[in-house]
Design a protein around this ligand. Sequence first.
Ligand code: ZN
Length: 426
Amino acid sequence: MALAIENVGREMHEFMRELYPFCRSISGDGLRATLHHIQKRIPLIMHEVPTGTQVFDWTIPKEWNIRDAYIKDSHGNRVVDFQQSNLHVVSYSLPIHRKMTLDELKPHLFSLPDRPDWIPYRTAYYRESWGFCLSHKQLLGLQEGEYEVCIDSSLEPGHLSYGECYLKGAREEEIIISCHVCHPSLCNDNLSGVVLGTRLAEALVNRPHQYSYRFLFLPVTIGAIAWLCLNEPQTAKVRHGVVLTCVGDSGKPTYKKSRTGCAEVDRAAIHVLRHSGGDFAVQDFSPYGYDERQYCSPGFNLPVGCFMRTPNGCFPEYHTSGDNLSFVRPESFTDSYVKVGQILEVLDLNETYVSQNQKCEPQLGKKGLYSAPGSDDNLALLWVLNLSDGDHSLLDIAERSGMFFQRIRKAADDLAGAGIIRRLNR
Ligand code: ZN
């Protein structure tokens, strides 16, 4: 699964630009339009879960759609305009169209006094209300007087949509890659994860791989809960998983471990980051963040970690209009793509071998495998031979030897090719 990286970050950024304008939410046509665009690139199946469906302790909410929204001053000027930014409307706002004074309007207005140029992102999920978000500068510019307030939205029985891309591998067991796809015009959280998930799936479509892959594009929380509830038997096949979010900012890569903290995906991710030569961070699991919360709930306890750069809430642009197209960098996209690709590659190629010469080393020179004494390649061969006792995987050997997985894997391929070690069936 060698991943071509030329232009990858730039292409991902272009795809993000394509998705940026849609007014996504946890349901509705903006979410569907986004899934349709993903569908143009990968074999994505769209699922629609009807309003009212019970999924564990939750109920699929009514579907929200919006066409327009504005606040007009007494001269008829749109002083807040949904057409300028879809962040201006609190997501899931009820429809409203009436005139009111500034004092009546103010409890429904949200701004960021500390960041006076940015529009905040707010939602009214699971509580029926309405509101507008605007920059603090805009708020301070509103004069006393009467305003016409309009939110042309609907909140009605409908569906919750999510997308699923299944790529069959040599094995039935699965790796799940999950990202949330419900934020409107916000880039790092969450379009970057959507774009990286799509790009990784594109790369895997035509490549042979051992595991089967399931890419999930879900509205946060309710989408993951719905998927887990409706696919519970399927989860027995999940061997590894990664949630992707906030993967495009210029911060260092961060890996958040799964609930057990010692899953193979945790070890693979830390191994790749350690050998990357760059700065990185590792976080222990906590029941806060993204959909790893659901995958790692005790009744499932799936081995699912989370790959990010700067974690949610740790960059000032988080959940504001500052999280825009220029905040996400093509070079960070490339780096995230390479690193997650390597983590998946480690998982996919991590096998266990048994040396056919358990008593003393075989004579490698005789088989043309021994090069300059003391070279890393020779050392890798010796590590693989010594630890190929049926109990150590290649990742175990890589960790113990301090060598990068790829070098150990190559040594194993050479030894297996010469008939010196034999792969154990998984
Ligand atoms: Zn968010």
